[in-house]
Design a protein around this ligand. Structure first.
Ligand code: PBG
Length: 324
């Protein structure tokens, strides 16, 4: 018997497929992560991240302008300091590279996109951990780290960051930073909480991007990849503490967590397509094993379909160009 119910009818032409697509990407919901390195004369390629650069202040400004012109919604800045120490002193130094770069990008792109900063110590510490170490030097001291985050938050807000990306996974970090900002009059500086951030192998290329000094791992503060329910718990805590936006990270291996969070969150939910996710696409495409553009589009549309309101992606500017 010939079937009368034929889902294929709506797949017949590009116009029909376009009209019936359930998920659509828009440049405004893309955020470009960017790296700026102190004391650099020329932008430096990152081997494991083809097309991504360690920027000078000048090339950072130019790339931020390019992103704004492509219609990208925001940039997330990461700084690589010339000097590192145990407490990450350069992180809250007003002359520290990330803070100087934030002011420079703000001055350059104004309000054309949202200027955001990574609020974490790992780029600034000589041991590479996201916080300061306890007296025995083995574990990250949660509450001593919160003091450092408060100072960092004030420096970043002062420099002009509009949205602080709390990526350190310390307990109580959202409440600590919120109160420090409010006490200093930065009531309008918003907080993006990396709420469900997993201890992931997919951060590998990022470690090269920021010349990370880490030798161990982050398993005592980032989440266990095995845990789904715990992602919701972290999100609930962060919303209670005052998070304006919550995030799930990485994206691709955690789409179930993302869908769970999107189903219940009262604030926007973002996801981060991390360095290793991009690297896998680049490596396979370079070998001719996958179609690069289709893989990029499919990977990001999948993250949106799972529930992300906005997506951090190293492909943001390029993808925005394709979406025009
Ligand atoms: C912490 C931070 C990391 C990433 C973003 N923020 C590194 C980590 O947690 O180890 C990774 C992002 C990526 O892999 O693209 N400052």
């Amino acid at each position: 018997m010939t079937p009368t119910i034929r889902p294929r009818r709506l797949r017949a032409t590009p116009a029909l497929r376009g009209l019936t697509a359930e998920t659509r990407l828009h440049p405004r919901e893309l955020i470009l992560p960017m790296f700026v390195r102190e004391g650099l004369a020329e932008p430096l390629p990152i081997g494991s991240m083809p097309g991504v650069l360690q920027h000078t202040l000048d090339s950072l400004r130019a790339a931020a302008t390019e992103a704004a012109e492509a219609g990208v919604g925001g940039v997330m800045l990461f700084g690589i300091p010339a000097e590192r120490d145990a407490r990450g002193s350069a992180a809250d130094d007003p002359q520290g590279i990330l803070n100087v770069a934030t002011a420079a990008v703000r001055a350059e792109v104004g309000d054309a996109l949202v200027v955001q900063t990574d609020l974490c110590l790992d780029e600034f510490t000589d041991h590479g951990h996201c916080g300061v170490l306890g007296s025995e030097g083995a574990t990250v001291d949660n509450d001593a780290t919160l003091d450092r985050y408060r100072a960092m938050a004030l420096a970043q807000a002062e420099a002009g960051s509009e949205l602080l990306g709390l990526s350190g996974m310390m307990d109580g970090q959202v409440a600590a930073v919120r109160s420090a900002l409010d006490e200093a009059g930065f009531n309008d500086t918003a907080l993006l909480a990396y709420s469900a951030k997993y201890a992931s192998a997919f951060y590998g290329p990022f470690r090269e991007a920021v010349d990370s000094q880490l030798t161990g791992d982050r398993k005592s503060y980032q989440m266990d990849p095995a845990n789904r329910r715990e992602g919701l718990r972290e999100v609930e805590l962060d919303i209670t503490e005052g998070a304006d936006i919550v995030m799930v990270k990485p994206a691709m291996s955690y789409l179930d967590v993302l869908a769970d969070v999107a189903a219940v969150s009262s604030v926007p939910v973002w996801a981060y397509q991390v360095s290793g996710e991009a690297a896998m696409i680049e490596a396979a495409a370079a070998n001719g094993w996958i179609d690069r553009r289709r893989a990029v589009e499919e990977s990001v549309v999948g993250i949106k379909r799972a529930g992300a309101d906005a997506i951090l992606s190293y492909f943001a500017t390029e993808l925005a160009g394709w979406l025009r």
